[in-house]
Each structure stands twice: as C-alpha cells, then as structure tokens.
Ligand binder design. Structure first.
Ligand code: 5GP
Length: 142
C-alpha cells in the first residue's frame, strides 16, 4: 500500500488551505459536508491524525472516528428528517476510494430514495452552506 500523501484534499482542508462546509470539530476529528452528496446531508468524518484509510490507521483513531460518526448520524437523522442512515468507508482504489485520507461517509436516507452514484452530483454551494449551518447548530447542542 502506498504511504500517506500529505497533499491530499482532506489534509489541505485540515490545514485550512482549502475551504469546507464544516459541521463538527474537536481535537481529534473534523466533519464536513461532501460537496458531491449521494443524499441530502451526506457528511464526511475524518481523523486529524494522518492515515490513508482504515488499513494504516491507529486503532484508537479509527474507533474515535466511528464514535463521532455515530454522534453525527444521530443528529443528522433528526436535522434532515431521515428514515435511515448509511455508513460507508472505502479502502484503496480497488474498493472505490478516491481521496487518500481516512474518512467515513455518514449518509442520511429517506424511505424509497436510492443513493445517487458516488461522486456524480455536485450540490449548489448555497444549499451546502445552509445544510452545514443547520447540522452544525444541532451538533453544538447534541
Ligand atoms: P472516497 O471515494 O474516497 O470514499 O470519497 C471521497 C469523497 O470526497 C467523495 O464522496 C467526494 O464527493 C468527496 N470530495 C471530493 N473532493 C472533495 C472536496 O474538495 N470537498 C469535499 N467536502 N468533499 C470532496
């Protein structure tokens, strides 16, 4: 497996070199909206510690990312009036990974609405900004 590349997009978001629709941050994780959501409220949770994916992540970092994914999942269910929740995590190109910093996809689901294909639909910035503000506000009191 290749080593971690500190110039990946999510590392640049962590360093503040690229913008993101942030919804949650603590000393070990950052969560922000996916700009190509597969459903409304599609959020990515990443560790601040460098890891290419779950195969090279420190077990504690991986566990903490999942803990925060659960917190975001519960809040997103309510904010986006979802009926269900899909969690996805890809490892290496053969599995569909395209950004090489560990991330968990938290995707609210509506009954009977299929997921859009991965990385095919770019959401309007104003829509993402509005959704991020609502989810971030709810997470502050979660
Ligand atoms: P992967 O295939 O690696 O699991 O997913 C990477 C995800 O990152 C995709 O769902 C894609 O839409 C999302 N993505 C790619 N570039 C950016 C970006 O610049 N900002 C955000 N917020 N998401 C991105």
């Amino acid at each position: 497996m290749p080593s971690y590349d500190p110039n990946n997009i999510f590392a640049k978001i962590l360093r503040g070199e690229l913008p993101a629709y942030k919804v949650y941050e603590d000393d070990r994780t950052l969560a922000f909206l996916d700009i190509m959501p597969q459903a409304t409220g599609h959020t990515l949770v990443i560790p601040k510690a460098p890891a290419r994916n779950m195969l090279d992540a420190a077990p504690d970092d991986l566990a903490y990312v999942v803990k925060i994914a659960q917190k975001i999942a519960k809040t997103a269910m309510s904010v986006f009036a979802a009926d269900g929740l899909t969690l996805i995590q890809f490892n290496e190109p053969a599995a569909g990974q395209t950004v090489y910093h560990l991330h968990v996809h938290v995707i609210p689901r509506k009954e009977g609405v299929p997921l859009r294909p991965h990385g095919t639909y770019k959401e309007e910035p104003s829509v993402l900004a509005d959704q991020a503000a609502k989810l971030a506000a709810a997470l502050k009191s979660a």
